[in-house]
Write a protein that binds this ligand. Structure first.
Ligand SMILES: NC(=O)c1ccc[n+]([C@@H]2O[C@H](COP(=O)([O-])OP(=O)(O)OC[C@H]3O[C@@H](n4cnc5c(N)ncnc54)[C@H](OP(=O)(O)O)[C@@H]3O)[C@@H](O)[C@H]2O)c1
Length: 238
C-alpha cells in the first residue's frame, strides 16, 4: 500500500518502535496518524497530522472509543507489546498470562473492532502486526514472550484468508533485536528503532506478508525460508 496519503493508527505510539513508526509515517507523507497510547500525556511527536488517542489494548471500552474516534483509518499498525515472561523454566503463570493478554488477545481484540470500519473503506485496508523473529524460533531466555509472539503470528496467518475477501491485507513484522526499553538489559546487537521503522514502512509499501525490517531479521528470515530447523540451531546459543 501507499504510505503517502494513508491514514494510519499506531498502538503503543509513545515510545520505542511505536514512536519511531509515527515519525516515519509522517516522513513518508501519511495524511493523518492516530498516535495511540495508554497515557496520551506521554506522546512526544508533535505535528498537525498527529491525532492523540487513548488506548490500552487490554481495555475493551477504550477499543470501542478508539474505533469511533478513528473511523477513517486505512492502515492499522498493532505495535503495542510487552515482555513480562522470560525464562521458560522459571517464569510464573501470571507472567506468561500477561504476555498473552497484550500480545495475543489485545492485538486480536483491536483487529476485530477495526475490521468493520476497514471493510467499509472503498479501497480496503492494511493491518500490520508487529511480531518478532521469536514468532518463528524460540530460546530458553525468553520462552514465554516468544510463545506469545508465535501465537500472534498464528492468529495473523488465520486472519489472512478470513480478511482477503474483505480486501484487507494482514502483514507480519518479524523484527530482530531493536534498541528500545524492552530489551535494554540484554547485551545483543540491536538496530535503532528509526531504522526498523523505515524497514517496516518499506515492507508495507511492497506489500510483503512477512516483513523482515532489519539486517539480522533479513538474515534469519532467509535461513527460516530455507530451513526452520537450521534457524532453531542458529538461535540455540542465545
Ligand atoms: N525491542 C525489541 O527487540 C523487539 C523485537 C521484536 C519485536 N518487538 C516488538 O515491537 C513492539 C514495540 O516494542 P518496543 O521494543 O518499542 O518496546 P517498548 O519500548 O517496551 O514499548 C512498548 C510499547 O507498547 C505499549 N504497550 C504495552 N502494553 C500496552 C497495552 N496494553 N496497551 C497499549 N499500549 C501498550 C507501551 O506503552 P507504555 O509506555 O504505556 O508502557 C509502549 O508504548 C512490541 O510489540 C514488541 O514485542 C520488539
Amino acid at each position: 500500500m501507499n504510505i503517502k496519503g494513508s491514514i494510519a493508527l499506531v498502538t503503543g505510539a509513545n515510545r520505542g518502535l511505536g514512536r519511531a513508526l509515527v515519525s516515519a509515517l509522517l516522513d513518508g507523507g501519511a495524511a493523518k496518524v492516530y498516535a495511540a497510547a495508554r497515557d496520551e500525556k506521554t506522546l512526544a511527536v508533535r505535528d498537525s497530522r498527529v491525532v492523540p488517542l487513548t488506548l490500552d489494548t487490554t481495555k475493551p471500552e477504550q477499543i470501542v472509543a478508539a474505533v469511533k474516534k478513528a473511523s477513517d483509518v486505512t492502515l492499522l499498525i498493532n505495535n503495542a507489546g510487552v515482555s513480562t515472561s522470560y525464562k521458560v523454566l522459571t517464569m510464573t503463570p501470571a507472567e506468561l498470562a500477561a504476555d498473552f493478554r497484550t500480545n495475543v488477545q489485545g492485538t486480536l481484540d483491536v483487529i476485530k473492532a477495526f475490521v468493520p470500519m476497514l471493510e467499509r473503506g472503498r479501497t480496503g485496508g492494511t493491518i500490520v502486526n508487529v511480531l518478532s523473529l521469536s514468532s518463528l524460533v524460540s530460546v530458553p531466555t525468553f520462552g514465554g514472550y516468544a510463545a506469545s509472539k508465535a501465537a500472534a503470528y498464528s492468529i495473523t496467518q488465520a486472519l489472512r484468508p478470513a480478511l482477503r475477501p474483505k480486501h484487507i491485507d494482514v502483514l507480519a513484522v518479524l523484527a530482530g533485536p531493536i534498541d528500545t526499553d524492552m530489551i535494554k538489559d540484554f547485551p545483543l546487537p540491536k538496530t535503532s528503532a528509526a531504522d526498523v521503522a523505515k524497514g517496516v514502512l518499506a515492507g508495507i509499501a511492497r506489500g510483503d506478508e512477512e516483513i523482515f525490517p532489519d539486517p539480522m531479521a533479513e538474515q534469519m528470515g532467509a535461513l527460516w525460508s530455507k530451513s526452520p530447523k537450521e534457524l532453531e540451531r542458529a538461535f540455540s546459543s542465545f
